[in-house]
Design a protein around this ligand. Structure first.
Ligand SMILES: Cc1cc2nc3c(=O)[nH]c(=O)nc-3n(C[C@H](O)[C@H](O)[C@H](O)COP(=O)(O)OP(=O)(O)OC[C@H]3O[C@@H](n4cnc5c(N)ncnc54)[C@H](O)[C@@H]3O)c2cc1C
Length: 540
């Protein structure tokens, strides 16, 4: 009835982590690897050019375009969650900021699971990077993932931000990925000669040339088949046909923090109540599948300036032509950059163990329109910039649960943003810091007005109301199949094996034991690297 194929390994999802596995597991030539990806090709200008971010943000050809449930603390708003549905996954549509994370993140990981402490993961970060910046023994220079130092190319307005930070005693930090994270910095970004360096470009494309790698795009995995508590096959839909693939060794789920728990639940692995409500037969009870969802929530301020910003360049035809010429002349200029060109990490509370706020500075201001109402993130018509923040280690936790047994139906996402006093207090501290920064002399000389939230928002109540009405995801969902030793409070063990199921592993942002201090692409790629080592150690 079904077409069946057999491979040594099956990787479900060619995202940040999945592309790494496709490469590393096939590198020796001894193992055959099948990669199943629900999305299509990444060879489109909007994915390859960093500036395409504004386009892919709402583009259903490359994006799952999820919506959360209405959030109580966000005044009943639903949060729009873009996730990559394309080769490279979310690394093909993200803002490219490259952050390894803080030592304490990996102390937490190491406490949850053996082999994931800072001393275990630091060499992995080093081997995966190809750092194009000032040489430092703590940075890797020969890995597959290009990381660009944009300090010499950043918009001049970033200097006003760095100066304002300095005026607030936030010192300049040249490299937040080399030891000390705190301070104000230019961001490092995953680009290669001006093009986006997604995980697909860095890892998958070299693997595609190998005869032992098979990649199926537009292949939507529906569920994992189990027999005697062993993963026996993957059921997927492609071109209107349902097929089965079998693995001699492991099936590795790399479908991301939303779709991996969804797939486990659709396969009968998860919390009893959720599966029973969805009409899915419980085959293996694992209460934490889809629980402990963590994400960064951010807010920002828009200021109008007396000096031109990128709004003028990106908002006019002559500016666009100039930007195209800059790109053509050597992969430089705004087309080759992230919107977030500077930022940093600060500690605002004396009891915090490390930085508690991450900062972002964009020399362009824009409005995120709700999906469907406008196709692009468009620059504002006036000269302006955007400055924002998010708490680094939010303590609110949510869930991802299936609604029914239909694999095509999006799961129910409940982030529970701002559920804890800790998170609400840090959002207030963040807004206060934004206002202190924009009041610093370096900014005051160029700011004409705070456009958003504006002068009318002053009291604590008004600021909290603004946060509830306007805060947004920073796109870092994780921890929904977290690592740990206890099968009631975690989903995979320290070797990323699903508790109680043979031959089934998970490797993506869902296995993070705790949310990292910074952005999540680098840690996801690191998980893909570590997963490959662990799987190959056990290779038959
Ligand atoms: C808009 C945006 C901006 C971001 N900006 C940054 C940033 O600047 N810096 C940073 O570090 N991080 C950023 N992130 C976050 C970062 O990109 C993610 O944390 C990271 O890519 C997650 O990697 P992953 O491997 O867990 O999942 P993903 O990369 O999302 O990969 C999952 C893959 O699995 C596929 N898949 C899912 N379900 C199925 C199925 N049923 N069958 C087959 N395939 C399936 C998906 O299509 C996808 O390709 C951003 C994310 C977004 C969306």
């Amino acid at each position: 009835m079904y077409t069946e194929t057999t491979h040594d390994y099956i990787v479900v999802g060619a995202g940040s982590a999945g592309c790494v596995l496709a490469n590393r597991l096939s590198a020796s030539g001894r193992h055959s690897v099948l990669v199943l990806e629900a999305g299509g090709t990444d060879l489109t200008p909007y994915v390859q050019l960093p500036i395409g971010y504004g386009k892919t943000y709402y583009d259903e050809r490359v994006n799952w375009k999820y919506l959360t449930e209405p959030e109580k603390q966000l005044n009943g708003r639903q949060s729009y969650w873009p996730r990559g549905k394309v080769l490279g996954g979310s690394s093909s549509i993200n803002a490219m900021v490259y952050v390894r994370g803080h030592n304490r993140d990996y102390q937490e990981w190491g406490a949850a699971a053996d082999g994931w402490g800072w001393s275990d993961v630091e060499p992995v970060f080093k081997r995966m990077e190809s750092w194009r910046g000032e040489l430092d023994e703590r940075r890797g220079t020969t890995g597959p993932l290009p990381v660009t130092d944009i300090s010499s190319m950043a918009h001049p307005l970033c200097n006003a931000y760095l100066e304002a930070a300095e005026q607030l005693q936030i010192p300049f930090n040249k490299d937040y990925n080399a030891g000390v994270m705190e301070g104000a910095s230019h961001y490092q970004i995953t680009t290669d000669k001006g093009f986006r360096a997604s995980s697909a470009r860095a890892y998958l494309r070299p693997a595609m040339r190998r005869s032992n790698v098979t990649i199926r795009t537009k292949a939507h995995v529906r569920r994992i088949h189990l027999s005697n508590m062993k993963a026996s096959g993957v059921e997927y839909a492609i071109n209107g046909e349902v097929r089965i693939a079998r693995a001699r060794a492991d099936i590795v789920l790399c479908a991301g923090a939303v779709n991996t728990p969804q797939l486990l639940q659709l396969s009968g692995i998860g919390p009893r109540g959720v599966l029973s409500a969805a009409g899915v037969e419980l085959l293996h009870e694992l209460p934490s599948v889809g629980r402990h969802l963590s994400d960064h929530l951010g807010a920002d301020i828009v200021c109008r300036t007396s000096v031109p910003t990128l709004n003028q360049q990106l908002g006019t035809w002559s500016g666009k032509v100039q930007a195209a010429l800059q790109f053509a002349a050597g992969g430089r200029g705004p087309l080759s950059m992230s919107l977030n060109q500077a930022g940093g990490f600060v500690r605002t509370h004396k009891d915090s163990q490390g930085p508690d706020l991450q900062l972002y500075f964009s020399p362009v201001s824009y409005t995120r329109a709700p999906p469907g109402t406008r196709p692009l993130i468009s620059p504002d018509p006036f000269p302006g910039f955007l400055i924002g923040f998010n708490p680094c280690k939010p303590t609110s936790q949510g869930s991802v649960h299936i609604r029914c047994s239909d694999p095509q139906r999006a799961p129910l996402i409940q982030p529970n943003y701002l559920d804890t006093e800790h998170d609400r207090a840090l959002m207030m501290a963040g807004m206060q810091l934004m206002r202190e920064l924009t009041a610093a002399p370096a900014f005051q000389s160029i700011i004409e007005a705070e456009v958003y939230p504006g002068d009318s928002v002053q009291s604590d109540e008004q600021i909290m109301q603004f946060i509830k009405d306007n805060s947004w995801t920073v796109f870092h969902p994780c921890c929904t199949c977290r690592m740990g030793t206890d099968p009631t409070s975690s989903v995979v063990d320290s070797k990323l094996r699903v508790h109680g199921i043979e031959a089934l592993r998970v490797a993506d942002a869902s296995v993070f034991p705790t949310i990292p201090t910074g952005n999540t692409n680098a840690p996801s790629i690191m998980v893909g690297e570590r997963a490959s080592d662990l799987i190959l150690q056990d290779a038959p």
